[in-house]
Design a protein around this ligand. Structure first.
Ligand code: AMP
Length: 192
C-alpha cells in the first residue's frame, strides 16, 4: 500500500514516470491534468470551465479542482493506494488534501519531486507541442506555467520537505534511467 504524490514542473516527465510507478507498485495513477483534458474533449460542463484556464496556462480554480479530487479519491480503486500527479499545486490545495486524507484516517507515504532546469523544460515542451498539438504548449504559455510552478508549487514542495516525506529525483536523462532513479528513491523513502 503506497499513497504518494509526484510533483514536477511542466515537461519534467512526471506523467510518463507516474505511469511506470503505477505499474510497478500496483497503485492507480491519478492525473488532474488528464482528468481535465478528458473533460475538455468530452465537452462536459467541468471541461468547458477548465478549458478557459488551461489554454492560458493558469490553474483551474480550487473550487473546481478540489471537489474533483475529493470525488476521485472516494472511488474504490484507490483503496490499495494511489499516486497523485499534478495535485496539489498550491499550499491551499495541500491543506485541502490534508483534510481529505484526515477524513479517511490516511496519510501520505512519499512525495516525489522531479527536477529539471527551465531551459531544458522549455526545449522539451516546444518539442512536445509539435508532436501532440496540446493547446497549452506554446512558448508564452509554457513560460507562464513554469512561472506558476516556481511561484506556487515550490511552496508545496517546501511544505512536504518540512514534514520529512520529500524525496527529490533528477528528471534529466533517458526515460529508463530516470525510472530507475525514481524507483530507488521510492524504495529508500519507504525503508526510512
Ligand atoms: P498537467 O497535465 O498536470 O500539466 O496539467 C495541465 C493543466 O491542467 C494545468 O496547466 C492547469 O491548467 C490544470 N491543472 C492540473 N492540475 C491542476 C491543479 N492541481 N490545480 C489547478 N489546475 C490544475
Amino acid at each position: 500500500m503506497t499513497r504518494m504524490l509526484i510533483i514536477g514542473p511542466p515537461g519534467s516527465g512526471k506523467g510518463t514516470q507516474a505511469e511506470r510507478i503505477s505499474e510497478r507498485l500496483g497503485v492507480v495513477a491519478i492525473s488532474t491534468g488528464d482528468i481535465f483534458r478528458a473533460n475538455v474533449k468530452g465537452e462536459t460542463p467541468l471541461g468547458l470551465e477548465a478549458k478557459k484556464y488551461m489554454d492560458n496556462g493558469d490553474f483551474v480554480p480550487d473550487s473546481v479542482t478540489n471537489k474533483m479530487v475529493r470525488d476521485r479519491l472516494g472511488e474504490t480503486d484507490v483503496e490499495n493506494g494511489f499516486l497523485l500527479d499534478g495535485y496539489p499545486r498550491t499550499t491551499a490545495q495541500v491543506d485541502y488534501l490534508d483534510e481529505i486524507l484526515a477524513d479517511g484516517d490516511e496519510k501520505l507515504d512519499v512525495v516525489l519531486q522531479l527536477t529539471a532546469d527551465d531551459e531544458e523544460l522549455v526545449h522539451r515542451l516546444l518539442g512536445r507541442a509539435k508532436e501532440t498539438g496540446r493547446s497549452d504548449d506554446n512558448e508564452a504559455v509554457i513560460r507562464h506555467r513554469l512561472d506558476l510552478y516556481h511561484q506556487q508549487t515550490e511552496a508545496v514542495v517546501a511544505k512536504y520537505a518540512e514534514r520529512g516525506i520529500l524525496t527529490r529525483v533528477d528528471g534529466i536523462g533517458p526515460i529508463d534511467e530516470v525510472t530507475n532513479r525514481v524507483m530507488q528513491a521510492i524504495k529508500a523513502a519507504q525503508a526510512a
